[in-house]
Design a protein around this ligand. Structure first.
Ligand code: NDP
Length: 446
């Protein structure tokens, strides 16, 4: 039996019994990085490390299936920045995560291989369920969120992101989404929104749920109606959803981007306050590595000029390059919520502006099942939309990761895995027609 027969059955809308009865092949295509190559970029700058050289499509055995686990056939996936980090082996090779997982016991040891199958987003179909899985069955169409967690101990029962064994699937675990068959925990599955194609549904998970937790959920900044929210990278993966959540929740987004095309895209979405950081030429660091307060003030002044107030919330992820400015411009009593450090992990900010103005810095990371499910529900109801701009076949995963690495993309880049072309998998054509303009909006910016 080949994967083609399984994909044909899925495309023909075969029922669950048929899907369950189709034998699985012994091997499959998978996008991997190889342990033997972790030193391949030694001595090179981050910029020069090229995912096109380190990401391979190899033929590998199918993932194992244990209790409470599910094998799915991803029809599509998407590129996240974590696949960039994995493929350039920064800050450390992800094989270290797999080795640490192996030290926890037998189940973890299955992940410790000399290849790492990457990918943290998927939309696809359930092929097999392990012992103890009752909520899902073969044939179910699902999207996947990447919070991989057991909850065996007490620590994560109020918020699973606090569990000491919490991992990001396809980054800190093996058997990720960029393969013909992927292995997930049953508690990673969510129903696939019926008006979306495979690649659109697959592009939601990681960045959407992360933004939801940072801004909307009960755990972090908890945006209110009327809050002014400064959003860095407002047409990137995280920022594209942050912008929608702010608009949808009655906040006032102030969006920062780096080109006139991105400004135009946001204007068409109804965003009033937009800053083109490149055109403005902000430089928050002097040549000798000191913060440039004049530039902080110029940036804050521009925000006041646009919206008449300082931001209640700053949505942070660029990190070192912007963090000092983010702390400076936040309103007295405001919040800086951060989940990343793309430009550098060592941040510095002037603490006088934090304590004297009673500001808070909140650290946030992905999302729990409830938060991911709540965000997915907003999509299913047509209130939040995918931000997919471009899609590549699995064979071109290296090129897709290269684009994200060099900020050459807008929104999300999708990857077709089982789907042979774009646009497949839509079931509710009426709902689709109602939201087609919003969904296709992002595809205009190639
Ligand atoms: P994207 O590359 O899709 O978007 C990031 C955006 O940030 C870009 O579009 C760019 O916008 C802007 N940007 C990049 N560098 C700078 C800079 N030096 N100064 C100002 N703006 C900058 O990435 P994602 O949104 O998917 O992810 C962003 C980061 O968040 C990554 O580091 C990722 O690993 C991390 N992340 C963390 C998560 C977590 O759970 N902790 C979850 C998801 C992502 P423009 O050029 O238009 O200004």
């Amino acid at each position: 039996m080949t994967m083609q027969a399984i994909h044909d059955a899925i495309n023909a809308d075969a029922d669950g019994d048929t899907i369950a009865s189709l034998p699985l092949p012994d091997t499959m295509r998978a996008a991997v990085i190889r342990k033997s190559e972790v030193d391949m970029f030694e001595g090179m700058t981050s910029r020069d490390k090229d995912p096109r050289q380190s990401l391979h499509i190899d033929d590998v055995p199918l993932p194992p299936l244990g209790a409470n686990e599910v094998l799915i056939a991803p029809m599509a996936s998407a590129i996240n920045f974590n696949t960039v980090w994995t493929s350039i082996f920064e800050p450390l090779p992800t094989f270290g995560f797999l080795e640490r997982f192996a030290r926890e016991g037998e189940l973890g040891a299955r992940h410790d291989l000399d290849y790492h199958i990457v990918g943290s987003d998927a939309a696809g179909v359930v092929l097999r369920v392990g012992q103890g899985v009752t909520r899902w069955q073969p044939g179910d169409r699902v999207t996947v969120h990447c919070n991989y967690v057991d909850l065996e101990g007490p620590e994560g029962h109020e918020d699973s992101m606090l569990d000491p064994t919490q991992r990001i699937w396809g980054f800190e675990t093996n058997f990720g989404a960029l393969a013909d068959v992927a292995m997930v925990k049953a508690n990673q599955l969510m129903p696939m929104p019926t008006h979306l194609s495979w690649e659109e549904a697959a592009s939601l998970g990681l960045v959407m749920a992360t933004s939801y937790r940072m801004l909307v959920g009960q755990n972090e900044a908890r945006m209110k109606q009327g809050d002014v929210v400064l959003i860095w990278g407002a047409t990137g993966g995280l920022g594209g959803f942050a912008t929608q959540f702010v608009l949808n929740g009655g906040g006032i987004p102030v969006c920062v981007v780096s080109s006139p095309e991105k400004v135009a895209l946001l204007e068409e979405l109804g965003v009033e306050h937009i800053i083109d950081r490149k055109a403005e030429g902000y430089s928050f660091w002097t040549d000798n590595g000191e913060p440039d307060y004049a530039e902080y003030r110029r940036f804050g002044g521009r925000i006041r000029e646009l919206v008449g107030e300082d931001p209640d919330i700053v949505f942070e992820h660029p990190g070192r390059a912007t963090f000092g400015a983010s702390v400076f411009v936040a309103k007295k009593g405001g919040t800086i919520v951060t989940c990343a450090s793309t430009s550098g992990f060592q941040h510095s900010y002037d603490n006088r502006y934090l304590w004297m103005n009673l500001k808070d810095i909140l650290g946030s990371h992905f999302a729990n099942y409830n938060e991911a499910w709540a965000a997915n529900r907003l999509v299913a109801k047509g209130m939040i939309h995918p931000i997919l701009s471009r899609t590549y076949p699995l064979e071109d995963v290296g090129e897709a990761a290269h684009q994200v690495h060099h900020n050459l993309h807008t929104g999300k880049i999708g990857i077709l895995v089982g789907a042979s072309e774009e646009g497949m998998g839509i079931r509710d054509h009426e709902l689709r027609a109602r939201h087609a303009d919003d969904i296709d909006h992002w595809k205009h910016l190639q």
